[in-house]
Design a binder for this molecule. Structure first.
Ligand code: PEP
Length: 253
């Protein structure tokens, strides 16, 4: 049976001291109540080694927040999937809306990053989602389908190895969450699109992200095509993140 996945996205937050305290609290919480779901934290690149060490022997996997579209060479500042793998990284967020918006990442670049990630043995968590203006213009379906189609096209049969995250841009960091019904509607569309590409689509993981918190997690996770969450702000507070993990560990996990 498919186990849900709860992945934290620490974004540009943390310090050696903050990370050590947060991971210690998470480890203690998960020792008291073992998770029935998969758990990961996606940390800033400089802290991968530190957090990897802190997570050793715990049920929490290590994740990165980005990966290069290149394997090696003259690409200053980039970090390849193979380098991530060297540090025990299991997941890499790819195509987060903040990278699309502030770093100009196109669908083509995102698709190439997914390809490199898979080639390097790191599972990409591929983010798709519409802006508020696009939703209000009735373009949600077209936008998310276009974003996912680019990734499917570039990755062929390997597509079954990715994790998808539906993250409506208007819900990220705003405290404004998609209703479970709104989220499920898009997740069902994405699942159908994956089904046309791979027979393994029913077993694939599709996360919801956008102001998921301890109070709304259970309702969102009750939807048939929501297989977990990508959590920003609430992943920086151990009690909140643990509460989301507990919700994901209940029935159907
Ligand atoms: C995110 O950054 O992927 C995210 C979902 O953030 P938040 O939970 O803070 O909305």
């Amino acid at each position: 049976m498919k186990r849900r996945l709860i992945a934290g996205n620490w974004k540009l937050n943390g310090s050696l001291a903050f990370n050590a305290a947060l991971v210690a609290e998470l480890r203690a919480g998960l020792q008291a109540a073992a998770p029935a779901c998969r758990v990961a934290v996606c940390v800033p690149a400089p802290y991968l080694a530190q957090v990897g060490g802190l997570l050793a022997g715990s049920p929490i996997d290590l994740g990165a927040q980005d990966v290069s579209s290149q394997a090696s060479g003259a690409f200053t500042g980039e970090v390849s999937a193979a380098m991530l793998r060297d540090f025990g990284v299991r997941y890499a967020i790819v195509g987060h809306s903040e990278r699309r918006q502030y770093h100009g990442e196109s669908d083509a670049v995102v698709a190439e990053k997914v390809r490199q990630s898979l080639a390097g043995g790191v599972t990409p968590i591929v983010c798709v989602g519409e802006t508020l203006a696009q939703r209000e213009a009735g373009q949600t379906e077209g936008v998310v389908k276009r974003q996912l189609a680019a990734v499917i096209h570039a990755n062929g049969h390997c597509i079954s190895e990715i994790v998808v995250a539906y993250e409506p841009v208007w819900a990220i960091g705003t405290g404004r969450t998609a209703t479970p019904e709104q989220a499920q509607q898009v997740h069902a569309l994405l699942r159908a699109q994956l089904k046309a590409a791979t027979e393994r689509a029913p077993a694939m993981t599709i996360l919801y992200g956008g102001s998921m918190n301890a109070a709304n997690a259970a309702n969102l996770l009750s939807q048939p095509d929501i297989d977990g969450g990508l959590i920003g702000g609430a992943s920086l507070k151990a009690p909140d993140f643990l509460a989301i993990i507990a919700a994901a560990s209940r029935d159907g996990a």
